[in-house]
Design a protein around this ligand. Structure first.
Ligand SMILES: NC(=O)C1=CN([C@@H]2O[C@H](COP(=O)(O)OP(=O)(O)OC[C@H]3O[C@@H](n4cnc5c(N)ncnc54)[C@H](OP(=O)(O)O)[C@@H]3O)[C@@H](O)[C@H]2O)C=CC1
Ligand SMILES: CC(C)=CCC[C@@H](C)[C@H]1CC[C@H]2C3=C(CC[C@]12C)[C@@]1(C)CCC(=O)C[C@@H]1CC3
Length: 345
């Protein structure tokens, strides 16, 4: 059985620690007795036990300062998937990750845990109970996914037991929970604009939505089991709630919890996907004249209308992972955490 690292004697760094997942991770690490350096392009809070280093992860000198005396690094920084800035994704997720790896090696960091994404195998068509041995998407649905694939490859390839630099990648899917700036706010915004009336497709497609505390739990288990003699070195791990749910049931439960009506009318998937494609083409063609960002992008329609759920047996076997919060409790806690987004009518 793997021996647990004694956290109290450890100092770690969280790159992207000001973000949604990063901050939850920092809070749990503090609970477990770690002292934490946060490296992020912005500082969004202050906490006792946390030292902030503000900078761009592509800046090696700035990173080296933050990694001094650190033996464990979590890398969970990325530009938002909502952006379509190809150059930014390539600079941060690819070149930036190379810089993170080099800086870790130069600073004597022994363990690097990457937050990857289960989407690295998603091409916009059904993934049912997908395992980690599925091939990377040959046609990734967007630049975010394309660069997350390259990022994961870089980190896993850098694992070198001889040199004492060990790496592992966590692939969460559909992270949600208190303070998430994406999922619930986008959903409520769409509902407030009267656009949440329709279900795309027959509404039976199953998807993984993963509570942020379960994702944090997976990261910490991976970090504490990352030793030269463990089977996890250089491998990716799916971390989900292990309770796939119909995409539209999840959306409806959150909406109803916040006092909004659930979507009721069905629209054919291919019709909505075709329209989204057309709108996207128009937005590209007209970009020199006007700038508009359609709500219904092809990527979002694919996420809303296909199956995408993943098997986390490997994490259960190798990391001893089981979700710590059920989907039912997670949805209730999330809904409670957004009083300002409740329907006022
Ligand atoms: N949310 C989800 O559903 C999923 C997320 N993931 C992955 O989890 C990780 C965390 O995601 P999440 O917490 O949702 O994202 P957030 O955007 O909330 O957090 C990412 C943080 O990284 C910062 N950052 C961005 N670029 C840089 C840079 N060049 N240098 C330093 N810091 C930077 C961001 O700052 P700023 O906000 O100013 O850009 C932000 O504070 C990401 O790697 C993401 O790909 C994977 C699967 C699902
Ligand atoms: C499981 C997973 C990868 C979730 C990702 C989160 C977001 C991509 C979704 C959160 C809210 C979703 C949403 C839509 C698409 C996917 C999200 C942005 C729609 C735009 C799909 C089309 C609609 O009818 C409205 C939806 C609003 C919410």
């Amino acid at each position: 059985m793997a021996t647990r690292v004694r956290p109290s004697s450890k100092r770690c760094a969280v790159i992207g620690g000001s973000g949604f997942l990063g901050r939850h991770l920092v809070e749990k690490l503090l609970d477990r007795g770690y002292s934490v350096s946060v490296f992020d392009i912005r500082q969004s809070y202050e906490l006792p036990g946390v030292t902030f280093y503000q900078g761009d992860l592509c800046d090696k000198q700035a990173l080296l300062a933050a990694l001094k005396d650190v033996s464990l690094v979590f890398h969970c920084a990325s530009p938002s998937p909502a952006s379509d800035d190809r150059a930014l994704f390539e600079r941060v997720n690819i070149q930036g990750t190379q810089t993170v790896i080099q800086s870790c090696i130069e600073s004597g960091v022994q363990r690097l845990v990457l937050t990857s994404s289960a989407s690295v195998v998603f091409e916009g068509t059904d993934v049912k109970n997908g395992r980690e041995d599925l091939p990377y998407a040959k046609k990734p649905i967007d630049y975010y996914t394309k660069t997350k694939i390259e990022q994961e490859k870089l980190v896993l390839k850098a694992c070198d037991k001889q040199k004492g630099f060990l790496t592992v990648a966590i692939r969460p899917h559909g992270i949600f929970g208190p303070r998430d700036p994406q999922l619930v706010p986008i959903l409520v915004d769409t509902a407030r604009r009267g656009k949440m009336k329709f279900i795309i497709g027959d509404g039976t497609n199953l998807v993984d939505f993963t509570f942020v505390e379960n994702v944090v739990h997976g990261h910490i288990l991976a970090a504490e089991r990352l030793r030269a003699d463990s089977p996890i070195c250089g491998k990716p791990y799916h971390i989900t709630n292990d309770e796939p749910i119909r995409f539209w049931d999840f959306m409806s439960q959150v909406l109803v919890g916040l006092g909004y009506p659930p979507p009721r009318y069905h629209l054919p998937y291919s019709l909505v996907y075709g329209l989204a494609l057309l709108l996207w083409l128009l937005s590209v063609l007209l970009s020199p004249l006007i700038s508009f960002k359609p709500t219904f992008t092809p990527m979002r329609v694919a996420l809303a209308g296909t199956h995408h759920y993943y098997n986390c047996k490997r994490a259960k076997e190798d990391l001893g992972y089981t979700p710590v919060v059920s989907l039912k409790d997670a949805i209730a806690r999330t809904v409670e955490s957004y009083p300002h987004l409740r329907c006022e009518a």
